[in-house]
Design a protein around this ligand. Structure first.
Ligand SMILES: [Zn+2]
Length: 179
């Protein structure tokens, strides 16, 4: 059995060690080849990144973002993001909701909906997802980006335009609407 000094969790497999900057080598561990730093004797193990999102329901519509940022690649998205240290998932979701849309909610009003495993070529995410009714949310919509938008889109319209939204987002919207 292989032994080494430590295993560090990483989101993307590295070319260089984040501890010392050395170019990584490779090492077998539990049947897989992992990046490994020969200087620090640290193995790098790729783990999904946790994130949180909220589906805000208003009758037959759902709150979506149209943000001019590269990772959204021209598709709509749900409000949410990553938790900060010492921040519970539902607290981080409520903070992101306010930053991205201007709407405020009580973290305890969020209903847990599901966790989605969203896989991409270099990285994977676990997306904790909550749902809340518009009537439990306060404030007026104020999108974070001047050239972006945050608005309630009819779910039927999203279903009819699958190129405008990721499957992992539409699936969660369907779940929140009990479809
Ligand atoms: Zn190192």
């Amino acid at each position: 059995m292989a032994s080494f000094d430590a295993i560090d969790s990483v989101a993307v497999e590295p070319d260089y060690c984040h501890r010392c900057g050395a170019a990584v080598d490779a090492r077998e561990y539990e049947g897989r080849t992992h990046p490994w730093c020969p200087d620090c004797d640290v193995l790098f193990s790729q783990c999904p990144i946790p994130g949180g999102h909220v589906v805000v329901r208003d009758d037959d519509s759902v709150l979506v973002l149209d943000e001019p940022i590269p990772q959204h690649e021209g598709v709509l998205s749900l409000p949410g993001g990553h938790a900060k240290p010492a921040e519970r998932p539902r607290e981080s979701v409520v903070r992101e909701l306010e930053e991205e849309t201007g709407l405020t909610a009580d973290p305890e009003d969020l209903e847990f909906l599901t966790v989605v495993h969203s896989e991409h070529p270099d990285v994977a995410f676990y997306l904790l997802t909550y749902a809340v009714e518009r009537s439990r949310v306060d404030g007026d919509l104020e999108p974070e980006f001047e050239d972006g938008d945050a608005y309630f889109a009819p779910v039927a319209e999203l279903r009819a335009n699958p190129d405008r939204i990721r499957d992992s987002d539409l699936d969660r919207i369907e779940l929140a609407f009990g479809e």
